[in-house]
Design a protein around this ligand. Structure first.
Ligand code: ADP
Length: 385
């Protein structure tokens, strides 16, 4: 039996549980709090923050291989463990260019992948010329530790830019605002042998920089799908990734594709795969990490709509009645992460509704069609009026 150490005990680790059981894999999890979702499914837990590398040393003694559900780690400290023979999948060198958003942009650009125009904001006196080049609005991003739009700011003028820069001490990346028509994402996996599989390209819909909905598959042209798959292959091969990566993209009105961000782990845009695909992204990740052959990533239905259930208040409620109503929607699969506290914007669960050909033929499942109607139904049950 393989014992897999997972750094991070949030919902992404929690959703590995069924696959772990199916594959006969034990999960040993490093996470700071008793209340974290994956505590309930772990064989063993090392209670420590994800960036505590000495705790990861203890984790290493309990397992054959270590993987990540959270990338906010201390790579330098972990590299000492790697030198001592601890096996990380993906390897630390695959994470190194990605953890800082500026380094990530540079890496993607140097690989020849299409990215928005960007600058590091390190020399204060140059800001004016950089802004003149990009033009307002610009997007300001914390270089490290950003997630769910925390640390991403759309800036309309100089005064707000200066205010953000003086309020925050962190290092920033400045980039052009991309007037995208849609946002897309692809989940890709690479095995120890270098085999790559990709999931269907999806459309993601963000509100206030947080993912609200995912529609699978995205309605884009076969050429666009091929272009996105090629981006995934280039990236995963270049980094010699083992495991799942999520790639977020922008699609412009004239059909151009830009890479926005790489998640070196399972990703929210792949949650539909739990119910809609033969092999979920979580099983695929464990397969890759354990050196098993990859599974089939294809959709087992005509399409799917995934809606995040985001917190909208500070509360300890378990939202039983709303969950019940949502679960009663035909073809709905609800996943509740068991968090004890709700906060605005916090991901508490998600629901995936499977679509059949009839759904799709009876008017598009996208845009203003069936998919949008289902998402609207779920959100009107979930969010207070
Ligand atoms: P996070 O790491 O917090 O998820 P992202 O870089 O993915 O941050 O940004 C979150 C969201 O903000 C994106 O999904 C998109 O909607 C918006 N966004 C980010 N960068 C840009 C950009 N350059 N132009 C326009 N919108 C952007």
């Amino acid at each position: 039996m393989k014992r897999v150490g997972v750094i991070g005990g949030g919902q992404l680790a929690w959703m590995m549980a069924d696959a772990a059981q199916k594959l006969g894999v034990e999960l040993i999890i490093q996470t700071p709090s008793e209340d974290d979702p994956a505590v309930s499914i772990a064989q063993e837990i090392v209670f420590a923050p994800v960036d505590d590398a000495s705790a990861t040393g203890i984790l290493a003694q309990k397992c054959d291989v270590i993987t990540f559900e959270n990338e906010f780690v201390n790579l330098q400290a972990l590299s000492v463990l790697a030198q001592q023979g601890v096996s990380f999948r993906p390897r630390l060198e695959a994470l190194a260019p990605l953890l800082d958003k500026y380094h990530q942009r540079c890496y993607l650009r140097d690989l020849g992948l299409p990215v928005p125009q960007f600058f590091a904001l390190d020399e204060a006196e140059n800001i004016k010329s950089k802004i003149e080049y990009l033009g307002f609005p610009v997007v300001l991003k914390s270089r490290r530790h950003g997630y769910d739009g925390q640390g991403t700011f759309i800036i309309q003028d100089f005064a707000s830019l200066e205010q953000k820069l003086t309020l925050n001490q962190s290092l920033f990346l400045l980039e052009e605002f991309v007037p995208f028509e849609r946002e897309l994402a692809i989940i890709a996996a690479r095995s120890v042998e270098g085999e790559i599989v990709t999931y269907p390209v999806v459309e993601t819909q963000q509100e206030q920089q947080v993912c609200r909905r995912v529609i699978a598959p995205a309605q884009i042209t076969p050429n666009q799908v091929a272009e996105i798959q090629a981006i995934a292959h280039t990236l995963l091969n270049s980094l010699e990734v083992v495991g799942i990566f999520g790639i977020e993209l922008f699609l412009s009105a004239d059909g151009k594709i830009l890479v926005n961000e790489i998640a070196p782990r399972t990703h929210n845009s792949g949650h539909f795969s739990l119910d809609a695909c033969e092999t979920s992204q979580f099983e695929q990740h464990l397969r890759a990490v354990c050196g098993l052959p990859l599974g089939n990533p294809a959709l087992q239905c005509a399409g799917a709509v995934m809606v995040n259930l985001l917190g909208y208040e500070n509360s300890h409620s378990d939202y039983q009645s709303q969950r019940q109503q949502i679960a009663e929607i035909p073809q709905a699969h609800l996943h509740w992460y068991g968090k004890t506290q709700s906060r605005p914007g916090r991901k508490l669960g998600h629901v995936t509704v499977l679509l059949d050909n009839q759904n799709i033929e009876s008017g598009s499942a996208y845009g203003n069609g069936v998919g949008a109607a289902i998402a609207h139904t779920i959100e009107s049950i979930w969010y207070p009026r």
